[in-house]
Design a protein around this ligand. Structure first.
Ligand code: AHG
Ligand code: MN
Ligand code: MN
Ligand code: MN
Length: 307
């Protein structure tokens, strides 16, 4: 691995360590509430969204190999004074709705190669140099992939990430699915059909019992799926269609797609591979269906049948 790429990832990891430390005591510091501002997504920013974003900027500015930051919390790409060859696209704090109830949240990041003189940020996910996320849960995990395999590191008592799992594989089959079922009235036929097969259980076409888990933090759901299989679904629905979907391509779908594919899973919009979608905007939204290959294949079969 290029030393400068390793250094850039180390910089991101250091930012995640600082975010983890802030989160651990945030309720005491009274920081789990709203910031009083709205981000470019139209979301009411949490104070910790802003704090996490500021921590990212502080760390990245210090690494001259990183020239640009794209962040969920910044309207425009931040061009730092560095002339570095890398850009970072990040969701500094994923799952903000869970901050006040102490449920796993995370940080998601993607590393892109750029020419600082003429940076091209709208790169398809297949061009990512690396992708990863931190999951701030009972332990603090850092998951990292360069596209061929997936490693999991755990933060130890000394603030050092220690390798705790390597060459992680997503089981092809699973008995768990993750979708916000409160949105059923907005679903398309393919999503309805797939979920109905799961709900039908042993006597239905899937021929087995399913369980449903929805954390409300993409990082939490994806980490469960990475470690034991399953499928995560935020499909295009009648309410999100106007915006192209709910989740963001550059700093949620693409990094998670690289990781899941590198672990032997699949990542689709329902009608095509997420990593091949050409981004139109740094905050572009996209439907996301990813996880165990057999489950994703069944969803895609329903989309083909739907036409
Ligand atoms: P973020 O907190 O970065 O804005 O992302 C929240 C996303 C994702 O983490 C999660 O899977 C999804 O929102 C949950 O959406 P619903 O609240 O509609 O279920
Ligand atoms: Mn948000
Ligand atoms: Mn997010
Ligand atoms: Mn976020």
């Amino acid at each position: 691995m290029a030393p400068k790429l390793a250094g850039s990832i180390a910089t991101v990891a250091a930012a995640c360590v600082e975010i983890a430390a802030v989160l651990r005591v945030a309720p005491i510091a009274g920081q789990t509430g709203l910031a009083g501002a709205t981000n470019v997504q139209g979301e009411a920013q949490k104070e910790l969204d802003v704090i996490s974003n500021d921590i990212f900027i502080k760390h990245l500015r210090q690494n001259t190999d990183i020239s640009i930051l794209v962040s969920e919390e910044l309207d425009e790409a931040l061009h730092m004074q560095n002339q570095g060859a890398y850009a970072i696209a990040c969701d500094p704090l994923d799952g903000s709705s869970n901050l006040d109830v102490n449920v796993t949240v995370g940080t998601i990041f993607s590393v892109l190669a750029v020419d600082p003189a003429n940076p091209e940020l709208l790169q398809a996910g297949t061009r990512q140099l690396a992708a990863g996320y931190a999951a701030y849960g009972p332990s603090t995990s850092l998951v990292l992939s360069f596209g061929k395999s997936v490693s999991v590191f755990t933060l130890d008592a000394n603030g050092v990430f220690v390798l705790s799992a390597d060459a992680v594989r997503v089981p092809a089959a699973s008995g768990e699915y993750a979708i916000n079922t409160a949105r059923e009235r907005f679903w398309d036929a393919a999503t309805r059909a797939y979920v109905a097969e799961n709900v039908a259980g042993e006597t239905g076409p899937a021929g087995k019992r399913y369980n449903m888990r929805w954390i409300g933090s993409m990082v939490g759901d994806i980490h469960r799926i990475l470690m034991r299989g399953g499928i995560f679904m935020y499909p295009l629905d009648s309410e999100t269609a106007a915006k192209g979907g709910r989740l963001r391509l550059l700093y949620e779908a693409n990094p998670m797609g690289l990781i899941i594919e590198a672990a032997g899973g699949a990542a689709t919009t329902g009608r095509g591979r997420i990593l091949e979608v050409p981004p139109q905007d740094i905050h572009q939204r996209i439907p996301v269906i990813l996880g165990s290959a057999d489950e994703v294949a069944r969803v895609e079969a329903h989309y083909r049948a739907q036409g």
